[in-house]
Design a protein around this ligand. Structure first.
Ligand SMILES: [Zn+2]
Ligand SMILES: [Zn+2]
Length: 125
């Protein structure tokens, strides 16, 4: 199956990956660099990590959001997108997630209001 690399647009074949071999390796190396830098410098800030590893701040936040870093930058606390509580990973805190599930459950027969509610959340980003 041929597809275009998400990063460079090159055509490549791989069943699962969305990056070509070269970009995939680069992405892996970059992640390793960020991870290792943080392990050696646990108190580093996002800006310091970004500069030391030449990695975009956005990319570092992406790693944090995905929960891939065991040590996260000192000032990189993620916030719940609904209530603003500090969270370790993901986008929404446990409390809000619970509430969302409850709403989803409650409005099972009412798909319309569920979709509308999820729309509202998305728009708050
Ligand atoms: Zn590529
Ligand atoms: Zn919340």
């Amino acid at each position: 199956m041929l597809k275009n690399c998400d990063v460079c647009g090159k055509v490549f074949a791989h069943p699962a990956r969305s990056l070509c071999e070269e970009c995939y390796r680069k992405a892996q190396a970059r992640f390793q660099a960020v991870k290792e830098y943080l392990q050696k410098n646990p108190g580093a800030t996002v800006a310091e990590v970004s500069e030391a590893t030449e990695t975009d701040v956005d990319v570092i936040y992406e790693y944090i959001r995905e929960g891939r870093l065991s040590v996260i930058p000192r000032d990189a606390a993620l916030k719940c997108e609904i209530c603003g509580a500090v969270i370790q990973k993901g986008r929404i805190c446990h409390k809000c997630l619970g509430e969302l599930e409850e709403i989803a459950h409650r409005s099972k027969d009412d798909d319309d209001s569920r979709v509308r509610y999820l729309d509202q959340i998305k728009r708050r980003r």
